[in-house]
Design a protein around this ligand. Structure first.
Ligand code: SF4
Ligand code: SF4
Length: 376
């Protein structure tokens, strides 16, 4: 069976019940059936069967999909919608912004990406457009467990995360070593390939997955990630490897003897689509941060809807992306809702939300960064 026939077989499992339609963020915005999962599946099947041409209009309905996969969790037939839209992407990606093309190229060379983003932050004008991100991660190698060793884990850094969010990776290492785990951070790892898969370059994505497989498979230890977007790509692209979210692993292996300092603050929790709709690990964030004495935790508004970042989606479809982000943060921007921190387990979402909240001066960090900051 050809790849196209396999996709059509998967799509044929859709019984057109429509239960996914009201869950779809783009349908919620436009109220157009063609911008819903059911509508998009119907368009894909009609194109594959040759009943319609892939016109600009059809292409727009398909390419405005966020790949958030909220539809999958609503589907009684368990249609793997993400596989369908990813399979369609090579036919959709005709025009890509310069920034997206540059990001895809740099993502394959994480050390160059680190240098490029570091330099760009200091350019007049551009520095303001880039997220108020921290330092690059450079602590590759082995980190010994503190105290008696309970086990060994490997840490996946991710391309953008290692370029601008070294703090989260260092926080993960600090927490894991305090819990008694030796942490290996292999230097040869690369981008997970999600950016390429969702932008119509499955071959490039496969090459990156293969490179990561060569680096990680021989370690024979749990492979932990901090960015939920990378995690989904590794879990689904390298199904034979023991890949797990670092936060969920830390929550599961928490040691009650590890003390956390009190933090009298209010924290809002953003639940990224990859974490909520695919990994299903969002509860571990509340469990972990709930260990900090006096901390008040609340879910961010609209947590069941994509924030609009959606990997590189906001670069291609800024209007839809901003409309979705606005639903989550407008009350924070206006001061109607107040908080001290916003946490997100996915670097892409965190940067996008932080950009929208720059004037509100609300810091956006990974939950592990907040947690490690409270270690005694
Ligand atoms: S992945 Fe998200 S945006 Fe795309 S059809 Fe499904 S629910 Fe809608
Ligand atoms: S919920 Fe599943 S079966 Fe029903 S219309 Fe949506 S994709 Fe098709």
């Amino acid at each position: 069976m050809s790849a196209r026939d396999q996709l059509d077989a998967e799509a044929s499992r859709c019984v057109q019940c429509g239960l996914c339609v009201p869950k779809c963020p783009t349908y919620q915005q436009t109220r157009n059936e063609a911008d819903s999962p059911r509508g998009r599946i119907a368009i894909m099947r009609a194109v594959w069967a040759g009943r319609i041409e892939l016109t600009d209009t059809a292409r727009t309905h398909l390419s405005t999909c966020l790949t958030c996969r909220a539809c999958e969790s609503a589907c009684p037939s368990k249609v793997h919608y993400g596989r369908l839209i990813d399979g369609m992407q090579p036919d959709l990606q005709q025009v890509q912004s310069t920034s997206l093309r540059a990001l895809k190229w740099l993502a394959q060379k994480p050390s160059l990406l680190r240098t490029a983003l570091g330099a760009a932050k200091h350019l007049p004008g551009l520095g303001n457009e880039l997220p108020a991100a921290g330092k690059a991660f450079t602590a590759f190698g082995r980190h010994a467990a503190k105290g008696t060793e309970r086990g060994q884990v490997a840490l996946f850094t991710g391309c953008v995360g290692s370029a601008v969010d070294g703090a989260t990776l260092l926080a993960a290492i600090e927490l894991l070593t305090r819990l008694g785990y030796g942490v290996t951070v292999p230097a040869g790892q690369t981008c997970c390939g999600a950016l390429h898969l969702h932008n119509g370059e499955p071959a490039a994505s496969d090459r990156l997955l293969q490179r990561n497989h060569e680096v990680l498979a021989g370690l024979n230890m749990p492979i932990l990630f901090v960015a939920s977007g990378c995690g989904v790509q590794l879990r689904e692209g390298l199904p034979g490897l023991p890949v797990e979210e670092a936060g969920a692993f830390i929550a599961r292996n928490w040691d009650a003897a590890v003390r956390l300092r009190l933090l009298a603050a209010k924290v809002l929790v953003h639940e990224p689509c990859t974490q909520r709709n695919v990994l299903g690990t969002q509860a571990s964030v509340y469990t972990l941060l709930g260990r900090i004495p006096a901390l008040k935790l609340e879910g961010l508004a609209d947590n069941d809807r994509c924030c609009g970042a959606a990997g590189s989606y906001h670069l291609q479809h800024p209007e839809m992306a901003q409309a979705l982000r606005s639903g989550k943060i407008s009350k924070l921007q206006s001061g109607e809702v107040k908080a001290d921190w916003l946490v997100s387990s996915n670097i892409g979402c965190a940067l996008w939300l932080a950009q929208g909240l720059r004037d509100a001066r609300l810091p956006v960090v990974h939950p592990l960064t907040l947690l490690a900051g409270q270690l005694n």
